[in-house]
Design a protein around this ligand. Sequence first.
Ligand code: MTE
Length: 300
Amino acid sequence: MAHRWKNTLTHDDVTPRSAFLNRRQIMAGMAGMGLAAIAPKATAASDLTPTDLDVISQYNNFYEFGTGKEDPARNAHRLTTAPWTIKIDGMVDNPGDYDFADIMSKMTIEERIYRFRCVEAWSMVVPWNGFELKDLLDLAGVQSSAKYVAFETLYRPHEMIGQQAPFLDWPYVEGLRLDEATHPLTIMATGIYGKDIPKQNGAPLRLVVPWKYGFKSIKSIVRITLTDKEPPTSWNKAAASEYGFYSNVNPEVSHPRWSQASERPIGGGLFAKRIPTLMMNGYEEDVASLYEGMDLAKNF
Ligand code: MTE
């Protein structure tokens, strides 16, 4: 693993190692290495226990497949994900159409277990597999004039049946400042739990920016544009007073219609307790320096 951030864990950190070992391995381990080798690690990050895959893949926001939480799981099978091309253009040295399979052959895939906090005040913990966005941008060769990165989702209404209604101004678009995009916590996810990412979660590749509200993490990306202007973003276009460009998770800045101070973990059962929301979703130490001197209430 190239980087090891304080809040970035792999499965080994959150799952007692013994759970991975079958009985024979445990016996062999006991004989060969002594008990310490199989003792569960201290799980300081028990709040980072990954949410079950069936929850992660059946409770979704992907309006291209409908606005209900269960619509994406029901409708996303229509999406053709191979072949898949990502156009990278704008202020780059090597613009062009990049084949997804070709990109995958060049990237180092890591596991990143991240908190995922939706602006609607629910959350999950997702064991993503993917690569750092910076590595892809390096392939394209970002020019020094570039200040922002714009992203675009596929527009294909006969497969993405939610696009047949004008719920959002399709295609879905998002954007980051270049320093946010190249931060080591920012990844392109291509898998979950070690398997290809389910279509309803944004196959074959989607952005994951763990310190921002989930709507920044745009799915099924077909275009990445380097630009010197702040790019338009879908939810900001739909309701500018409710969804800003930055959208960093912030328990102190309420959404105009609800508090952001706490969140409901999905998958914990009907009576699961709400938990306090952490500043920048728990990644403050890693990313606060990106926003030094900025008024986070104004630049929400
Ligand atoms: N990307 C696209 N293209 N379309 C969407 O509707 N929804 C966003 C984000 N990315 C969305 C999207 C929102 S609001 C959230 S909370 C997350 O995806 C949900 O990701 P998940 O379904 O994998 O949990």
